[in-house]
Design a protein around this ligand. Structure first.
Ligand code: IPM
Ligand code: MG
Length: 357
């Protein structure tokens, strides 16, 4: 199979982790007799510095012409003072929208080898947890009407949360289908006790639930969900939620797995093309120091093989290699915990994984 992959390195640790994941993909492809063509494009602060805007048209066109996209991270203090619509983060929203990627799958799984890196007590973690967060990605407050206006207390800024039945239904369907392939338990998270958009969300989910009688469906308010995730994460199988709640809860879920450096994600639309990225950010504090944990991006590469190319065996191979390296005790700085070992650098961790492959 020939795979045409667009690489969006972005900012901070983005270049390091994307190169790591590309090397792992390259090795996997050669083991299985596939050919990969990587084409890099500019995005985020790197694009601002090079061509004056965070999401050049060439990048959009390049991604649209590719089979799939691998992204590192965007943003950094250098661009923090730019107006909202010129910031690196705007490019990420722009590319998600341009590619029609309304589904964001964020699996949060505790690796047995990393049990001690989880901040949760052993009796809470038990034999581990395995949660799939299905986050809506192209709607809600991230894309709603926003601006400045004269308010009751003078000048104010506002953002709007809005969801249509169509948007809720399409993300709901993805979540129910994903649940059918897993533990058949789906929890929809909203703030229906306060927000009108959440009440429509809940009503629409209930209508969908009738079509999936095998799924054990429940609703939960987001404040309670934030609490339940640390109180008893094992109660969750699949979670479906809005763009902003998903952003927040997935960071929380990542932390209880031990490190945000471990969590991969897949952004999908109606076609095969997706964008795959770690859920963490650009970590400007450690950028360029070869200290980043490349595992989230490497696992994102595995998700790409699985979801965009249907190469399940190849994806398994990468996930197993990561597992083996962790089982053997190798750690980057973020997951070293109280171990006596010296942490591996980003490139060393990548080499370890490639060796096992
Ligand atoms: C994420 C990030 C992005 C988001 C930012 C960088 C725009 O936090 O992918 O979770 O909020 O979606
Ligand atoms: Mg986030």
């Amino acid at each position: 199979m020939e795979l045409n992959i667009a690489l969006l390195h972005g900012d901070g640790i983005g270049p390091e982790i994307v190169d790591s994941a590309a090397a792992v993909l390259e090795k996997t492809a050669s083991e299985f007799g596939h050919k990969i063509n990587f084409t890099p494009y500019l995005i985020g602060g790197a694009a601002i510095n090079a061509v004056g805007k965070p999401l050049p048209q060439e990048t959009i066109n390049g991604c649209l012409a590719s089979d799939s996209v691998l992204l590192g991270a965007v943003g950094g203090p250098e661009w923090d003072d730019l107006p909202g619509d010129q910031r690196p983060e705007k490019a990420l929203l722009g590319i998600r929208e341009a590619l029609g990627l309304y589904t964001n799958l964020r699996p949060a799984k505790l690796y047995p080898a990393l049990r001690s890196a989880s901040p949760l007590k052993a009796e809470i973690v038990g034999d581990g947890f395995d949660i799939m967060i299905v986050r809506e990605l192209t709607g809600g407050i991230y894309f709603g009407d926003r601006g400045f206006r004269e308010g009751r207390y003078g000048q104010e800024a506002y953002d709007t949360e809005a969801y249509s039945v169509t948007e809720i239904e399409r993300i709901g369907r993805v979540a129910f289908e994903a649940t059918m392939k897993r533990g058949k338990r789906l929890c929809s998270i909203d703030k229906a006790n306060v927000l009108e958009s959440s009440r429509l969300w809940r009503k629409t989910m209930h209508t969908l639930a009738e079509k999936y009688p095998e799924v054990q469906y429940s609703d939960m308010f987001v404040d309670n969900a934030a609490m339940q995730l640390v109180r008893d994460p094992k109660q969750f199988d699949v979670i479906v939620t809005s763009n902003m709640f998903g952003d927040i809860l997935s960071d929380e879920a990542s932390q209880i797995t031990g490190s945000i450096g471990m969590l991969a994600s897949a952004s999908l639309g109606d076609g095969k093309r997706g964008m795959y990225e770690p859920i963490h950010g650009s970590a400007p504090d450690i950028a360029g120091q070869n200290k980043a944990n490349p595992i989230a991006t490497i696992l994102s590469g595995a998700m790409m093989l699985r979801y965009s190319f249907g190469l399940a065996e190849e994806a398994d191979r990468i996930e197993k290699a990561v597992n083996k390296v962790l089982e053997a005790g190798w750690r980057t700085a973020d997951i070293i915990g109280s171990s006596e070992r010296t942490p591996l650098t980003c490139t060393e961790m990548t080499e370890k994984i490639i060796e096992v492959l």
